[in-house]
Design a protein around this ligand. Sequence first.
Ligand SMILES: C[S@@+](CC[C@H](N)C(=O)[O-])C[C@H]1O[C@@H](n2cnc3c(N)ncnc32)[C@H](O)[C@@H]1O
Length: 292
Amino acid sequence: MTGTRMPDLFGSTPRQLKIVNVASVPQRSPFRYAGGKTWLIPRVREWLSIYGGMDKELVEPFAGGGIVTLTAVMENMVGKATMIELDEDVASVWKTILGGEAEWLAGEIERFNLTAENVSSILSKPPASTNARAFATIIKNRVTRGGILAPGVGLIKNGENGKGLASRWYPKTLKTRILAIDAVRRRIRFIQGDAFPFLKKNAKRKNLVFFVDPPYTKAGRRLYKYFDVDHDLLFRIVSQMSGSFLMTYDNEKEIRKLAKKYHLATRTVPMKNTHHSEKLELLISRNLDWLV
Ligand SMILES: C[S@@+](CC[C@H](N)C(=O)[O-])C[C@H]1O[C@@H](n2cnc3c(N)ncnc32)[C@H](O)[C@@H]1O
């Protein structure tokens, strides 16, 4: 659906969007993901209610914790999805769950006694298999500050309620989430690797819709092992896509300039970061008139 919105009586400035209460969004990812987009889910639902459908395939080229893919598939907003992720640790979790080893992973999580000693024994040795790497990644994601998986990140010290290292360890919740993903795994394909070749090759496919959430220009370096993205090239590729795309970025001048260069629409959306302070992020698409 295209077409432009009529300007309202007092001019065409869109009204300020409201902050989403994240607690109202079902948390379906096994990750606590730095830069995760749970807060954007209500907007993604609006977007897919127009551009999605069971005949569509969602592509999430910078998948991370994959909340958008999981929500879109589980809520039948698209028929199927493809997730792409370059980070080997993050990829090992998706390969294990989507490759039919969800029960194994959930069982390991349920049995694990999370003490400093057990954590250090898991994280100090190189994992012997993809499954073992997935388990170690889940542990690491639960014991590092902010769930950050980039090299050199510190561990949680005091944590919530003085529970220290285990303050983010909810094995039963993780098991439930992993088994729920297992139930839809035949509708989700995972590709480990660089998003760019896939995007270049598939940009013209009309049945694809793309949720594009790359590492941001400023925070990316601190949060991810792979943060160096050719932003200009990414803008060029999405601007040539046949299907719809929704892209998110930090609200930086250089990004707004790129949007202008490629004739794309932008709109700021407010969100609360982990320190509970409000900040604006940028939504970018060919057309954002559906965003009310
Ligand atoms: C902002 S995060 C995505 C967060 C995700 N939308 C979520 O809600 O959890 C960006 C992700 O892109 C990944 N990444 C960086 N460069 C990549 C590339 N060239 N191809 C695929 N993934 C890449 C990073 O490892 C990181 O997980």
